[in-house]
Design a protein around this ligand. Structure first.
Ligand SMILES: [Mg+2]
Length: 122
């Protein structure tokens, strides 16, 4: 069974990079470009991993995490925060809101991030 990933990202360049790379690795990728779209998709479909940006229009990643607590438990959904926000407090906040992992975009190449995603879904 192919693992399903929902990428929540509003930067078209990053969407392009990660959908291409993750498809090459054999994952099924769906994209949400807003928080609303993300919450809708999670309610309607089942995913193995959510890759979550924090800075998004309207509903941001923090609020998505708050609202997804129940689904996360019910569906065994893993969450990887992939954000430009890299302050210690921000990382701690993400993990305390239930993210399994927090990666700062600027600290890793896309290929490194894909490797970490593969590890999370092993
Ligand atoms: Mg963003």
């Amino acid at each position: 069974m192919k693992k399903r990933i929902l990428l929540v990202e509003d930067d078209p360049f990053l969407i392009d990079i990660y959908t291409t790379k993750l498809k090459e690795e054999g994952f099924l990728i769906d994209v949400a470009t807003t928080g609303e779209e993300c919450l809708k998709k999670i309610k309607e479909e089942k995913f193995n991993l959510l890759i979550l940006d924090i800075v998004l229009p309207e509903i941001d990643g923090w609020e998505i995490l708050e609202r997804l607590k129940k689904e996360k438990e019910d569906q065994d959904l893993k969450v990887l925060i992939l954000s430009n926000l890299g302050q210690k407090e921000e990382i701690e906040r993400g993990l305390s809101l239930g993210a399994n992992k927090y990666l700062v975009k600027a600290h890793h190449t896309p290929s490194e991030i894909v490797e970490k995603i593969k590890e999370m879904l092993k």
